[in-house]
Design a protein. Structure first.
Length: 548
């Protein structure tokens, strides 16, 4: 401790003697520490300050992005305390606790944590940002609900006091905030006889988030219904609403709320609509280079129908929004009808289905055609009338984008024919059909290499492998919240109809016959793309089997 911070900085050629004097003046005038003064003046950055403090104080530096903490340590400090003091317990040996801290000179904080834990404190220095992020990640994985949250109710009737209501409002906002921070797409509030279960959907999979006491049930549901503009007095029928939530100073999200009466109370499901996710560039959705080129070419047609198909939750809307962004220009009039509008796009006229007001897909399509459109987007091909109007629009010089629920690209033809559409009109109007799925991406921090068995590789049609594959490493990992996966990518099957395929459609060929010809014309099937993802280590065999 006999070395000054300034001396170390000068010795490491990070600052000059003149800058030392300038920092000392700034320190005196602004009542701050010397290191903070150097950062404020722009002489060094925060990471350089951490490095130098580590040298000066003989304290080890820890990169929390590559450090797995002991999950049992979470019980020593609650999340609020860790955030307030900007510390993170890493591990303990006997009665000594290794503590990550951003300000190792804050003796008061160290003493406080020592008293709270009853342990002797050893320090490791880390960045403020790293500690904040790790607190969020680790407490989401390891922390258990408090006794208050899991305690069963002693009585069936619980008086809802003003204090209870205020507490539930805080709980309701916390659920929303942490779901947004986690990257969840949906929040489920479900009732049982003794408590409430809260689950969140992350990367397409539901995960348990919290269990709350039954006393929270009525005020929690009412809170969300009030926020969404839903009638709180009506609990016997399903209702829908929507509201905006400020998750942080820089981020607000829209939430689409749906209620459903159940045996023990109204279930509430909230879809989180993050506007930033609606502006994902097409190139970042997982398209291979050749499929992306063909897709962009198909979407540049002056007329015709372009379809995106797949089951619910396969990312069809995201693909359509990303595609509309690339075709959007000042020269094009783009009009949409959606149910509902998920993301708002600049320069595009978007409308929402409203059955009560008579704003159905067919009614909106008829009105669209009088709006001088160049490009039309119909949220979904739901019925014969909608399909007929879309084909009419395509044949009269408009480019129509829409979605359909089918398993693959070729079965879209038979699905539309089954809905009463003339096969000749389909062969004349369809320009491209994109079938897609979303697969979870293996966590880069914890995935492990392994040699799969022949049975495993054969299960997805992978006949030979040149290198080891990857699978989930089932251990606690803060990067993926212990799931083994972080983020999702798209698998795509693009069918561009050739003259031969159009002839098959006109003659009423089956989807198997159409797919056989399309494959012979170099169409990559979903399973082929899945095998490529496995070979590249992007995802696992287990995930491809789950999705396909």
């Amino acid at each position: 401790m006999n070395r000054s911070l300034g001396q170390i900085l000068v010795n490491q050629n990070l600052i000059t003697d003149e800058q030392v004097n300038e920092a000392l003046d700034y320190k005196e005038n602004n009542r701050t520490r010397f290191g903070e003064a150097c950062v404020k003046l722009g002489f060094i950055d925060k990471n350089q300050l951490i490095n130098v403090l580590s040298v000066q104080l003989y304290i080890p530096q820890v990169d929390l992005n590559h450090f797995e903490i002991d999950g049992e340590m979470i019980d020593l400090l609650d999340k609020d305390t860790a955030n307030d003091y900007n510390v993170l317990p890493l591990y303990a040996i006997d009665n000594e606790l290794m503590l990550a801290i951003a300000d190792p000179l804050n003796v008061s904080t160290i003493d406080t944590i020592s008293r709270m834990t009853g342990m002797k404190i050893q320090l490791a220095i880390a960045t403020t940002t790293g500690i904040r992020q790790s607190i969020q990640d680790y407490y989401s994985i390891y922390s258990e609900p408090s006794e208050e949250e899991i305690a069963p109710e002693k009585e069936e009737t619980v008086e809802i006091t003003e204090e209870t209501s205020e507490k539930v409002i805080m709980v309701a906002d916390r659920i929303l905030k942490e779901a947004v921070e986690t990257g969840a797409s949906d929040i489920h509030i479900e009732h049982s006889e003794k408590n409430i279960r809260v689950r969140i959907r992350v990367d397409g999979m539901l995960q348990k988030y919290r269990t709350l006491p039954k006393s929270h049930a009525a005020p929690l549901v009412s809170r969300y219904k009030v926020m969404a503009g839903i009638d709180i007095a009506e609990s016997r029928k399903p209702q829908d609403g929507r509201f905006k939530f400020q998750a942080s100073k820089s981020k607000s999200v829209d939430l689409r709320v749906s209620t459903y009466p159940s045996a023990y109370g109204e279930k509430v499901v909230m879809r989180i609509l993050d506007q930033s996710k609606g502006n994902i560039p097409l190139k970042k959705l997982g398209f291979s280079a050749d499929i992306l080129e063909l897709w962009e070419k198909a979407c540049s047609n002056p007329n015709g129908i372009v379809l995106v198909t797949g089951p619910t939750g396969s990312g069809k809307s995201t693909t359509l929004y990303a595609t509309l962004n690339i075709v959007n220009s000042i020269q094009k009039n783009i009009v949409t009808i959606e149910d509902p509008i998920e993301y708002k796009l600049d320069g595009i006229v978007q409308a929402q289905v409203n059955e009560r007001a008579g704003m159905t897909f067919p009614a909106a399509l008829r009105a669209m055609l009088r709006q001088d459109p160049d490009i039309i987007m119909v949220g979904e091909m739901r019925d014969r009338e909608t399909i007929g109007l879309a084909i009419r629009a395509a044949l009269t010089g408009h480019l129509v984008f829409s979605t359909l629920h089918t398993n693959n690209a070729s079965s879209s033809y038979t699905r539309l024919v089954d809905m009463g559409t003339d096969s000749f009109l389909l062969s004349s109007s369809i320009r491209a059909i994109l079938a897609q799925r979303l697969v979870r991406v293996l966590c880069p921090k914890c995935k492990v290499e392994y040699e799969p068995s022949k049975k495993e590789t054969a299960s997805i049609g992978l006949n030979s492998i040149d290198s080891p594959l990857y699978k989930v490493h089932k251990k606690p990992c803060k990067n993926c919240r212990g799931t083994g996966y972080r983020g999702r990518a798209g698998l795509y099957e693009l069918l561009i109809p050739s003259n031969e395929i159009n002839a098959l459609v006109t003659n009423g060929a089956t989807d198997i016959e159409i797919q056989k010809v399309a494959t012979s014309q170099n169409m990559k099937q979903l399973k082929d793309e899945g095998c490529n993802f496995v070979m590249k280590g992007i995802t696992s065999i287990e995930e491809i089997i789950r999705v396909l």
